[in-house]
Design a protein around this ligand. Structure first.
Ligand code: CDP
Length: 229
């Protein structure tokens, strides 16, 4: 059977990664969470104190890039890919609000993007990949076989992310999560290099009113017609 590349882009917390994982599982494809890679670089910047409060030493960040290695290692036991920043597993650390608060500024640096996009493109060489992010259909895989652009209303997105984060951080407020989502959407959509946008050939999909199962069913119809064509 032919293998395809599926690119899923969209606003923050639109369920892209949940959907991408479900599709990858059904097709036995590789799932790549490109956002995790930007989050890992942002974590590096925080750990090395390149970002302190409002101050971000972008020059030092760019200089440090050759020593920032982001990778995925398949975890057989849990059937997930662990995210590594150099030799450290950072699955949990990259999901913190500290990282969420700075990631979009780090992701706006063209040199950061160049480094990560190169890695992402290598992961797609054999096809059979579902990748989610902001620029997957526009920059990483402009020739992707299927491009999806996910949306949902802001309240629904904030609530979803809040519920997700609550298990690890009980001090969080819904407002804080909503503010972060709105800020990231603004920064991601207005940056100069590879802003979030809906490619002309992407299919827009609003999942505000859909359960995960309903969403998957509808998307798999698109995937299957793409595989059959
Ligand atoms: O919170 P959510 O899962 O929606 O975001 P994410 O996929 O973890 O991505 C975190 C951040 O990384 C985004 O807000 C963007 O600033 C950046 N990003 C990007 O610039 N390009 C990508 N392909 C993926 C993520």
């Amino acid at each position: 059977m032919k293998k395809i590349i599926i690119a899923i882009d969209g606003l923050s917390s639109t369920g892209k990664s949940t959907l991408a994982k479900q599709i990858a599982k059904q097709l036995n494809y590789i799932y790549v969470d490109s956002g995790a890679m930007y989050r890992a670089v942002a974590l590096y910047a925080l750990q090395k104190k390149l970002i302190i409060g409002e101050e971000f030493n972008k020059l030092k960040m760019i200089e440090a890039l050759p020593s920032v290695k982001v990778s995925f290692v398949y975890n057989k036991k849990l059937n997930i890919s662990d995210v590594y920043l150099n030799d450290l597993k950072v699955n949990k650390a990259i999901r913190s609000m500290e990282v969420s608060n700075v990631v979009s500024v780090v992701a706006a640096i063209p040199q950061v993007r160049q480094q990560l996009v190169k890695l992402q493109q290598q992961m797609g060489i054999q096809k059979g990949v579902v990748m989610d992010g902001r620029d997957i259909g526009s920059v990483v895989f402009p020739n992707a076989d299927l491009k999806l652009y996910m949306t949902a209303n802001a309240g629904t997105r904030a609530k979803r992310r809040y519920d997700e984060l609550l298990t690890s951080n009980s001090n969080l407020s819904l407002q804080e999560v909503l503010d972060n989502i709105n800020l990231r959407d603004h920064l991601d959509s207005t940056r100069k290099d590879s802003p979030l946008l809906k490619s002309n050939d992407a299919i827009e999909f609003d999942n505000s009113q859909l359960s995960k199962e309903q969403q998957l069913e509808q998307i798999m119809e698109l995937v299957n017609s793409c595989l059959d064509s």
